[in-house]
Design a binder for this molecule. Structure first.
Ligand SMILES: NC(=O)c1ccc[n+]([C@@H]2O[C@H](COP(=O)([O-])OP(=O)(O)OC[C@H]3O[C@@H](n4cnc5c(N)ncnc54)[C@H](OP(=O)(O)O)[C@@H]3O)[C@@H](O)[C@H]2O)c1
Length: 234
C-alpha cells in the first residue's frame, strides 16, 4: 500500500499533473520538494518541503520519515541552465542523489522516473544524462517505472521554441496520421508528441501497480492509450 510519497519536480509540467492526480488520493500523504515556498497550489494531502538540491547533506533528512514512493520529474534545458555542468546537475546529479537516498533508507520502496525517448541510446549531453539516471534506477534494487516520453505537450508559460513548433505544427498531423493509419505502430507512437497528462497518468497508474522489485519502462503506445478513439486533444 502506498501511503507516503516524495515528489521532486512537482512544479514542472509533468510534476504538476502528478500532484493533481495525487490530490485525488486522500489516503496518500505527499511531500513535494520545492525551491521556493508557495510554489504549488495547496491540497489537503500535500506538504511543501523547501529543499536545497545543491546541499548533499539535505537528501538523507528529506527521506528520514516513511516513504513508499519517490517520483522524479526534474529537468531543465541547456539554455536555461547556462552550462553543461549546470544542466547535468539538474538532469543527472540531483536525480542520482535522490535515488541513492531512497535506496539506502527505503530499499522496499518504489521509484517513478520521467526520462526521455531515446535514453536507451544514451549519447550526448541530454540523453547521456537520462541514460545514467535510468541505469542507476535499474541498479538500485528499487521497484521502478521509467517513462520515456517524446516531445511533451502542455500549456507551459515559458517559451520553448521546439515544444511550441512541435505542438502547433507537427503534433496535430502526427497524431491524426498515427490514429488514422498507424494506430498500433510502436515506432510511430514512440516518437509522437504526448500530453503531460497522459505521461503522468501512465506513470502513476503503473507505479502504484508494481510488484516488489519489479521494473517497467513505458514509452510510445504505453503513453498513448486509445490512439484510435481519441481524435481530439487529450
Ligand atoms: N519538454 C519535453 O518535451 C520533454 C520531452 C521528453 C522528456 N522530458 C523530460 O521530462 C521531465 C519533465 O519535464 P517537464 O517539461 O515537466 O519539466 P519542467 O516543466 O521544465 O519542470 C522541471 C522541474 O525541475 C525543477 N528544476 C529545474 N531546474 C532546477 C534546479 N536548478 N534545481 C532544482 N530544481 C530544478 C523545476 O523546478 P522550478 O519550478 O523551481 O524551476 C521543475 O519542478 C524532464 O526530465 C525532461 O527532461 C521533457
Amino acid at each position: 500500500m502506498i501511503r507516503q510519497v516524495v515528489v521532486a519536480g512537482g512544479t514542472g509540467e509533468v510534476g504538476k499533473q502528478l500532484l493533481a492526480l495525487l490530490a485525488n488520493r486522500p489516503e496518500v500523504s505527499v511531500r513535494a520538494l520545492v525551491r521556493r515556498p508557495g510554489a504549488l497550489p495547496s491540497a489537503p494531502n500535500l506538504e511543501e518541503i523547501l529543499f536545497e538540491y545543491e546541499d548533499v547533506t539535505a537528501y538523507g533528512p528529506a527521506f528520514a520519515g516513511p516513504c513508499d514512493l519517490l517520483l522524479i520529474a526534474l529537468g531543465t534545458t541547456r539554455a536555461k541552465a547556462g552550462s553543461d555542468e549546470a544542466f547535468l546537475r539538474v538532469d543527472r546529479d540531483y536525480p542520482l542523489r535522490l535515488i541513492s537516498a531512497m535506496a539506502t533508507l527505503h530499499p522496499e520502496g518504489r521509484v517513478g522516473l520521467v526520462s526521455s525517448v531515446g535514453a536507451d541510446g544514451g549519447r550526448g549531453l541530454y540523453l547521456g544524462a537520462k541514460a545514467e539516471v535510468e541505469a542507476e534506477v535499474q541498479a538500485s534494487g528499487l521497484a521502478h517505472v521509467i517513462v520515456r516520453p517524446s516531445m511533451l505537450r502542455s500549456k507551459r508559460d515559458e517559451f520553448r521554441l521546439m515544444e511550441l513548433a512541435s505542438d502547433l505544427l507537427l503534433a496535430p498531423g502526427i497524431l491524426a496520421l498515427g490514429r488514422g493509419l498507424l494506430p498500433r505502430s510502436r515506432g510511430w507512437w514512440r516518437w509522437a508528441p504526448v500530453h503531460v497528462r497522459e505521461v503522468a497518468l501512465a506513470l502513476l497508474t503503473s507505479v502504484l501497480d508494481l510488484k516488489p522489485g519489479e521494473g517497467r519502462i513505458l514509452e510510445g503506445l504505453d503513453l498513448h492509450p486509445g490512439p484510435i478513439a481519441s481524435w481530439g486533444k487529450p
